[in-house]
Design a protein around this ligand. Sequence first.
Ligand code: 5AD
Ligand code: SF4
Length: 488
Amino acid sequence: MISHEKLQELIEDVVLTDPAPENEPMRQYYYIKKARQYVEAERVRLGRTPTCCVVTFGCQMNARDSEKLWGVLQEAGYAPCQSEEADFLIYNTCTVRDNANQRLYGRLGYANSMKKKNPHKRVALCGCMMQEPTALEKIKKSYGFVDLIFGTHNLYRFPELLCRMFENRRTVIDIWEDTDRIVEDLPIERKYPFKSGINIMFGCNNFCSYCIVPYVRGRERSRRPEEILAEIRQLVQEGVVEIMLLGQNVNSYGKNLDPPVTFAQLLEQAEQIPGLERIRFMTSHPKDLSDELIEVMAKSRKICRHLHLPLQSGSTRILSLMNRRYTKEQYLALVEKIRARIPDISLTTDIIVGFPGETAADVEDTIDVIRKAKFDNAFTFLYSRRAGTPAAAMENQVPAREAQKNFDRVLEVVQETARKQVARMETGRAKALVEEVNGTDPTLLTGRLSNNILVHFPGDPSLIGRIVEVELTENRGFYFLGHQVVEP
Ligand code: 5AD
Ligand code: SF4
């Protein structure tokens, strides 16, 4: 991974009277320098530094992509701001469920009204929703005020697209169907100084029948382990103590690399990096979770005691229709194996209610698995029909009222189980990464335990970013209260 200083040097060395280089990332460094001129012109015109704001919808992947957008915009000379009133506003969209799309349309209405008041304002859209043809058509037709639209595969070209936006009065649209490229070494502006997400792979090959992700994020491709490990080392040098390795299905990491590498091997190598204290990862597919990974987790001192293992449904019949490629029994056996080897692990999951053809008996199966697997938390979603996926074409879609009724039942069991799970956890000493000042009581700090549970305790904000020992004194169901242990 490139250092900030080296990046500055390379941008400085760009000669704008030369044609833009063909090779990446040099081509994008060229356009960053060019964008600086446009932003400078804007600064002179406005009499102040123009501001930018990146609004992120959706998952951790999108959050990481947004850090790249922030990075480029700041390199180009924009001042970051947290308000959508910024001079340059970009929405990084999600389309996993329809309500994400609806939310975006709402925000676009608001953006339009802001732009009417400030005609110099520029609005851009990117991310998963832009890869969906029906959504893109609607935006082109009804939201003509948008200045720039691009997708997930060409995010690395953001500097170049930014320049095209400045050079064109009409909407610049650049959407690619897919890509096999991974471009390294673009600027990144991290949200937290002490923890960071790291992409280890992009895309997904699983084609779960309800899911739009493989269509909007493309085929699975893994980054080379050397690149990932170099990025981690660099982050540690910059003060990061906790990393989150990101992929739609981290358990199939490295299968297509030459030579192949397993996810467990990657974790073992990351573990060796001095100064790195904690390793998390997201998301695991049950069908690919290997014994090797369980073993590496069990032995590790750095991998956190938390596993997010999406169940989706507890009914083998529905799982088969979902194309998940495991049965209820296989899932439960996997959970048992993990708990036997790593007794203090916290397990969380995703559940979809209302998949086509789901009956009361299927919902009972899901509830049965929740009780038996004893999830510490479960994100429960109402099935959302995504155009173009196999499930959208299935005939027996569940009526909304019935789905909602089942959803409420599942949610109740999820909450009851989660409460019991956390209540079971013992008080005592534990290590917490201090993340922020508590939102409701500013005398308290909020720290995250290895198992992802939060602890609130009195302390000085200077501790933010440090891993401290806390005495957990009170179990409040979903979180702990405690105090810092200060050695004499
Ligand atoms: N409807 C509802 N939930 C979905 N998810 C993915 N696609 C859909 C859909 N069409 C959920 C899955 C996945 C999580 C990220 O989003 O549970 O694990
Ligand atoms: Fe979607 Fe399944 Fe891929 Fe997850 S594994 S992104 S649910 S297709």
